[in-house]
Design a binder for this molecule. Structure first.
Ligand code: ADP
Ligand code: MG
Length: 343
């Protein structure tokens, strides 16, 4: 560590719809918290951020609201986003009191507008960034996954987050083809809620649906069948009721959003120039993001596309890691702007 390193640092931020992660250069992941903020209803004063605020989601009394400011992949709530970034940065600074200057690279969805991009950069500046830039999430994910992005060879990255799924083809350090849909892990939860309501006449919350998905969800045809007991409110009597559901049912419930994701991958493969497509058939589709942890999903993608699939080792972390490592890959802070040429 050089002398000046005590006073300045570089961080990569993954501002996800579900989770915010920060990777500090030379240190690793220093922040890993849900993208949730709880504020007082009237004066918008921050009550809690991150994990603490997530526990309040859907359970707040009238005077407090807990929100996910980035739900759906866009900045739904600019003020909340800014406060959240500021809180996480201050948490890092508190531990490292000597830090005077910070450069930030922020992973953003490819589908973000110019206005939203500027809003993110403004939030970073207000949070104390000396220099801030955005990097396309797919590119950051590829870097974090260890893909040699500067090679003249095609690589496909499929990132399934909470609010969006982004599929991109990368070659020579830029994005050749990219597409994003507003379907992700949140829609998986929604689909489970709908299924349980329609088939069992029981109302369950998002948290329960997510637990079902993570514990027994399995979309591979040769699935192992798990069972789980769940409690909800009977839609008819209004009273608590308990039922048991299994993986087969969950697979059925998830059919629609899963099909949309697979169709998007196929569509992107279809738009890929032949030479790069040949590379992808050889190297495989790299899957990242929390949604790709759904059991059997990589297998299903392989079966449906005929292309090998690689699930990265740390699907939840690679965007933050990649954004942090990008400082070394793109020497000039703004050199990776060309990635937006395709938008
Ligand atoms: P974002 O980048 O939008 O913040 P993440 O990459 O953090 O999203 O992924 C969050 C999503 O991943 C959530 O919908 C969550 O339920 C889902 N998820 C996390 N772990 C698992 C798992 N083991 N199985 C299935 N889904 C998972
Ligand atoms: Mg993400």
């Amino acid at each position: 560590m050089g002398f000046w390193d005590k006073f300045s640092t570089d961080i990569g931020i993954d501002l996800g719809t579900c989770n915010t992660l920060i990777y500090e250069r030379g240190k690793g992941i220093v922040i890993n918290e849900p993208s949730v903020i709880a504020v007082e209803r009237g004066n918008k004063e921050v009550v809690a951020v991150g994990a603490e605020a997530k526990r309040m989601l859907y359970k707040t009394p009238g005077n407090i609201i807990a929100i996910r400011p980035l739900a759906d992949g866009v900045i739904a709530d600019m003020d909340g986003t800014e406060k959240m970034i500021r809180y996480f940065i201050s948490k890092i600074k508190k531990k490292r009191q000597l830090i005077k200057s910070m450069r930030m690279k922020i992973g953003v969805p490819t589908c973000i507008t110019e206005v939203e991009k500027r809003a993110v950069l403004e939030a970073a500046a207000k949070a104390g960034a000396k220099q801030a830039d955005v990097i396309a999430e797919s590119l950051a994910a590829a870097i974090g996954a260890g893909i040699p992005i500067h090679e003249p060879a095609g690589h496909m990255v499929c990132d399934i987050g909470g609010g969006t799924t982004e599929v991109s083809v990368i070659s020579l350090g830029g994005m050749v083809v990219t597409s994003a849909i507003r379907i992700g892990g949140d829609e998986f939860d929604e689909a489970i809620i709908k299924h349980v309501r329609n088939i069992h006449s029981i109302e369950i919350g998002q948290e329960t649906a997510e637990r079902i998905k993570i514990e027994i969800g399995n979309v591979a045809p040769d699935k192992e069948n798990g069972k789980i007991g769940i409690r909800g409110r009977d839609a008819v009597t209004g009273l608590p009721h308990e039922i048991v559901i299994d993986s087969v049912e969950v697979t059925e419930a998830l059919k629609d959003p899963i099909t949309q994701i697979i169709d998007e991958i196929k569509r992107t493969l279809g738009k890929t120039p032949p030479e790069l497509a040949a590379d992808i058939f050889e190297r495989g589709i790299v899957m990242t993001g929390g949604g790709s942890l759904l059991k059997g999903l990589p297998t299903l993608v392989r079966q449906e596309t005929g292309v090998p699939v690689i699930l990265v080792e740390q699907p939840l972390e690679c965007v933050a890691v990649g954004a942090g490592l990008a400082f070394d890959l793109f020497k000039d802070m703004s050199s990776d702007r060309s990635i937006y040429d395709n938008l």
